[in-house]
Design a protein around this ligand. Sequence first.
Ligand code: FPP
Length: 256
Amino acid sequence: MRLGLKGLFNQRNQGNGFVEEIDKQTLPKHIAIITDGNGRWAKKRGLPRTAGHAAGMRRVRETIRAANDLGIEVLTFYSFSTENWKRPKEEVDYLMKLPVEFLKTDLQELVDRNVKVQMLGEKRQTPNFTQEALTEFEDKTKHNTGMILNFAINYGSRDEILSMIQKIIDDVELGNISKSDISEQIVSERLLTKGLPDPDLVIRSSGEIRISNFLLWQIAYSEFWFTEALWPDFSKEMFFQAIKEYQRRSRRYGSL
Ligand code: FPP
């Protein structure tokens, strides 16, 4: 399977992207990114995995700036999955502190850029300091009208789908809707991404070609772009390259 997919990592995917070549009229509205490879990046350098996450955090910042400068409407990062709790405690603790660090270093810039920070996932299961940082991000940016920046933290798509099903059953039992009302819209409105456009483009770094329980409903018609670059090596140029590649594809949504 992997060999057959080798073409995904062709020259076009790996080349440099020039922002001038991007058509501003056909930008993807929503880009979702699976930032994978921090651990391997650190290992290759004989560093602790946490150093990989710190380097990954810097790439997150650069990508936010690039997306915002370009005029992307929604940018989503898969920062911590419901499965990531299984990692060693030291690593989990470090990852939970990242939003606190990010708040100190980046909140003001995001406010100045008119970025609205939101999160996807169950915040209440994260440590208090993480919750506080995330809440402060949301509160201080809630009136911003520019790019929406989503951090998926303690997020799992199957959990999200299960709670959507429970919400629909509740609504049917309460008589708010009837079974025949259940539509794609009814489902979308009960997901954590309520009100957001589905991702047009999904990017995954580190050479892994899988979706890992990320936005399963929402990616039905997304375009995918994979790169072998480990996330801490993901450059602005690669981001532009992904967008250029997206613009070359013809999206048919099942029709001709
Ligand atoms: C996956 O790489 C990466 C993560 C689980 C963490 C990603 C987090 C960031 C990039 C920072 C997010 C920033 C904020 C503000 C929340 P991996 O550790 O699975 O890498 P590996 O597959 O090489 O081991």
